[in-house]
Design a binder for this molecule. Structure first.
Ligand code: BTN
Length: 262
């Protein structure tokens, strides 16, 4: 795709105004981190058809089908503390959800950053701190979303857990149009965070959460426990009541949904 196809009709103030569309790169998150060091502006977007080192959370790989999905990263320069990064992640998940709803899908958000359709993952978000050497704080927001892949485009091991808009609806979406709407929703969600209106995001997140009220297994690097999800707090951390009745704040790790609380 050519950047002009996106820029024509793009309604954002800054997101995507500076847009680099690459055929192939290692990881768009790394390219954006590099551009941050060179002083790139907030809202700079790097997208790639193919990533040779696309990565997800917890060191997992992210593979995206060229021409059928979107893999991109946005440079942010927020005035937030590192522990407020979750706010950006949750806000971005809400932005993606609203875009999917514009296209008549009914997404659910699995904390913190997975977008699900019919219980399968359609989008992942990886928020990373930018390079330490950077004088201005940078955050790299990386998003991978499955649009037009058919069942055969997914590796066998992902077939049962991943999906695309095409697999769900049987219809192909216009990637440029989807991307334009997505950038606008992401910018809007990000502004709510930077203007300290995270409570609005939280309300939107609660409405779409697949995690609230569920029994879960939380796996963190040195701590695994079971509990019941009671809420997310004003910083975007998940609040889980453990078997001892104590509420633990979860800001990292994996959350596996075991079922509804009875
Ligand atoms: C996850 O679900 O674990 C997050 C996946 C994030 C994938 C995107 S694709 C664009 C950007 N570049 C990367 O290397 N990762 C993110």
């Amino acid at each position: 795709m050519k950047p002009e196809q996106i820029l024509r009709g793009l309604k954002t103030r800054s997101f995507g105004r500076n847009l680099l569309w690459l055929e192939k790169t290692t990881s768009t998150n790394d390219v954006v981190a590099e551009l941050a060091l060179q002083g790139a502006l907030e809202g700079t977007v790097v997208a790639a058809e193919t990533q040779t080192k696309g990565r997800g959370r917890q060191g997992r790989r992210w593979s995206s089908a060229a021409g059928k999905s979107l893999a991109f990263s946005i440079l942010l320069r927020p005035k937030l503390h590192a522990d407020e990064l979750s706010e950006i992640t949750l806000a971005s998940a809400v932005g993606v959800a609203k875009t999917l709803e514009d296209f008549h899908f009914k997404p659910r958000i699995k904390w913190p950053n997975d977008l699900l359709l019919e219980g399968r993952k359609v989008c992942g978000i990886l928020t990373e701190m930018g390079p330490k050497k950077d004088k201005m704080t940078a955050v790299v927001l990386g998003i991978g979303i499955n649009l037009n892949q058919g069942a055969r485009d997914f590796p066998k091991e992902l077939g049962g857990i991943a999906t695309s808009l095409y697999r769900v609806s049987g219809r192909k979406v216009n990637r440029a149009l989807f991307f334009q709407k997505l950038l606008l929703h992401l910018e809007d969600a990000y502004h709510k965070v930077s203007e300290r209106h995270f409570s609005k995001i939280l309300a939107e997140w609660r409405k779409r959460s697949s995690t609230l009220g569920q029994q879960v297994k939380v796996a963190q690097s040195h701590h695994v426990f079971y509990g019941h999800v009671v809420d997310a707090d004003e910083k975007g951390a998940l609040l889980v009541r453990n078997d001892l009745g104590m509420v633990e704040r979860v800001t990292s790790g994996d959350v596996e949904i075991l079922g509804s609380h009875s």
